[in-house]
Design a protein. Structure first.
Length: 295
């Protein structure tokens, strides 16, 4: 089972010819809304790849709450742990250009009111992967890391967006997933090199670093792995990171070893880049299987 404690947003997506420069106003070619949030995106990606997924988080009591959750139940994610709280649902403004690059601003809203205490103790055991990001209250995130680790669960932390967690919490993660910028941030915090091996040695935790077109690298218990990227013509990279992490968790939960899970996640992330949007671009298991076999 994959238990996700994370954010639920409504994304406001602007399709642009080019990203606006500071102080510049540009007209969008189109604007649309789509369910988002790193927690929800990763939960949906894992569920579409066949994972048994439960999401714990919070939405506001406003008009955005229902559309923000629309993709979860349709993907088969258990949303029993999603709580409605006073205030606004989280919102992300996503601007994408014709090359598939993006800039994102997030108003966390209700996500900061999500409480890890809602996660039942009986769900935290050695059969569970606990998947976390950095868009909820960081004290709550750290508390759940400690609870999950001490109960025997494998904790996967996607350190995104980059922010500081106590070193004691980081050391209790089974795997910390970072992109290149997040790796630099973490390296500065802990006093290590930004490569996966250096970070893993410093933290005593597994580290996986995604490298964009160069693929990904990982180091767990001193064993290094490197996986190439799956080449595609990208139209929107917004969902790539969340799709990678969600499918990685689903593959590991099914019993794949880390290199095999990394390869599957890399293919899934590449497929997500061929479609526009966030949750809506996460591929189904059959699509990933076909791409991996050249079908």
């Amino acid at each position: 089972m994959i238990l996700v404690f994370g954010s639920i947003n409504l994304d406001l997506i602007f399709d642009m010819e080019a990203l606006p420069a500071p102080g510049e106003t540009r007209l969008a070619r189109a604007m649309r809304t789509e369910p988002g949030g790193k927690g929800a995106n990763q939960a949906v990606a894992a569920a579409r790849d066949g994972g048994e997924v439960a999401l714990y988080g919070a939405v506001g009591r406003d008009a955005f709450a229902n559309p923000a959750q629309a993709g979860l139940e349709s993907a088969g994610v258990d949303v029993w742990g999603v709580e409605a709280v006073a205030g606004a649902t989280g919102v992300a403004s996503i601007v994408t250009d014709k090359a598939g690059r993006n800039a994102i601003a997030v108003a966390p809203g209700a996500n900061l009111k999500a409480r890890q205490g809602k996660v039942p103790d009986e769900f935290l055991d050695d059969a569970t992967i606990v998947l976390l990001q950095m868009e909820c209250d960081l004290k709550e995130t750290a508390r759940l890391i400690h609870r999950a680790h001490d109960a025997g669960a494998r904790v996967i932390l996607n350190l995104a967006p980059a922010a500081e967690l106590p070193l004691e919490a980081l050391k209790k993660c089974w795997l910390i997933v970072v992109n290149e910028q997040e790796a630099e941030f973490l390296a500065a915090q802990v006093g290590a090199g930004a490569d996966a091996a250096s970070l893993s040695a410093r933290l005593g935790a597994g580290v996986l670093r995604t490298l964009g077109a160069e693929g990904s690298e990982a180091c767990v218990e001193g064993v290094a792995h490197r996986v190439a990227a799956h080449a595609v013509k990208a139209v929107d990279t917004t969902a790539a990171g969340d799709c990678f992490v969600g499918v990685l968790a689903a593959a590991l939960d099914r019993g794949l070893d880390l290199p095999a899970a990394m390869r599957r996640a890399s293919v899934a992330a590449a497929l997500a880049c061929t479609k526009r949007g966030s949750q809506g671009s996460a591929p189904e298991a059959g699509e990933i299987d076909a791409a991996m076999t050249g079908g």
